[in-house]
Ligand binder design. Structure first.
Ligand SMILES: NC(=O)c1ccc[n+]([C@@H]2O[C@H](COP(=O)([O-])OP(=O)(O)OC[C@H]3O[C@@H](n4cnc5c(N)ncnc54)[C@H](O)[C@@H]3O)[C@@H](O)[C@H]2O)c1
Length: 299
């Protein structure tokens, strides 16, 4: 298969590219390296540096390649950036997705759009189902939901094109962790806890998340890539094993031998984010690696 992966120099994208190259697919990566790293791009893939907001960059990636499938991962990620760079988050995530749909139509490719459980905002009824309503707090309070709302709009645009006949599939990776996840200021919770000293738990730490091991998620992505008749369908690629942030910090703190301190809570942080995973029966996938095994492998 000929597959274009945007954001293929980043965490999830680079692992996906490794798996696709390993099974013999022909891969082009489009990434602007604003957060990804070219050294993470598998040498078996062709790399094009470009911006997903620019259709001329999409043409450079697609013109002679004519992808069968496009995995659109390129996006602005990282909780602090949602507050500090809300305009950039909306611009890249919404306009990048608009261009991905335009490219999928022009080159007659299947599009796999990477959404997020954050597309449901602060919905409190768990688990998060495809039928759940998105709940966003008033915009004057904080800009956290620049990200979640951008993913919600991305899903909306995908469903619009799916109804008009394009093959568009949606995946929502759920708090994925594994090698290459960056633990800097804009990082995600597991990598920040793996790298910071002391470990900072935001607020009381009773908020829970379901963490998913990267290689489990990659298996799910390959199934979404390879299955037929999935247009308009969305898959929560996550585990239903929940852990509170204070318990996670305790486990990682003990493994690393570092202290835990409590810091300010993050605006708009949801108390729970538990995915419904029943829709994954259709692709015969479930996350099988326990948190204990995943963390041990990561260390
Ligand atoms: N990692 C997770 O747990 C998780 C959870 C839910 C959703 N997602 C989604 O999965 C996708 C990948 O996430 P990730 O964790 O690998 O993030 P990441 O930040 O590691 O990767 C994103 C990549 O996109 C690139 N990029 C950013 N802006 C770009 C632009 N304008 N043009 C071209 N490339 C650009 C970055 O350089 C980076 O390589 C994102 O869409 C993210 O929203 C990830």
């Amino acid at each position: 298969m000929r597959i274009l992966v945007t954001g293929g120099a980043g965490f999830l994208g680079s692992h996906l590219v490794d798996a696709l190259v390993a099974r013999g697919d022909e891969i082009v990566v489009l990434d602007d390296l604003s957060r990804g790293d070219e050294s993470q791009v598998n040498p078996g893939a062709k790399f094009i540096q470009g911006d997903v907001r620019s259709f001329s960059d999409w043409k450079k990636a697609c013109e002679d390649f004519n992808p069968d499938v496009i995995h659109h991962l390129a996006a602005i990620n990282g909780t602090r950036r949602f507050h500090k760079e809300a305009d950039l988050v909306v611009d890249v995530n919404v306009n990048g997705t608009r261009m991905s749909l335009r490219a999928a139509k022009k080159y007659k490719a299947t599009l796999i759009f990477y959404s997020s459980p954050e597309a449901f905002g602060e919905q409190e009824n768990m688990p998060l189902r495809n039928e759940s309503t998105s709940v966003f707090t008033p915009a004057h309070l904080h800009q956290r939901h620049s990200y979640g709302a951008s993913k919600h709009i991305g899903e909306l645009l995908c469903q619009f094109e799916s109804r008009k006949g394009l093959d568009v599939r949606i995946v929502r990776p759920c708090n994925v962790y594994g090698p290459r996840l960056r633990g800097d200021d804009n990082g995600q919770v597991v990598s920040m806890m793996m790298e910071s000293n002391p470990i900072v738990v935001h607020g009381d730490g009773l908020q829970t998340r379901s963490l998913t091991w990267i290689y489990d998620v990659i298996e799910g992505l390959l199934k979404v890539n390879d299955s037929s008749n999935l247009s308009g369908k969305a898959f929560n690629l996550g585990s239903n094993q929940e852990i509170s942030m204070v318990d996670l910090a305790t486990i990682i703190g003990e493994l690393r031998g570092v202290e835990i301190v409590h810091g300010e809570s993050n605006h708009g942080d949801s108390k729970r984010r538990l995915p419904d995973i029943s829709m994954n029966d259709e692709i015969d996938w479930h996350a099988k690696t326990s948190l204990e095994d995943g963390l041990a492998q990561l260390l």
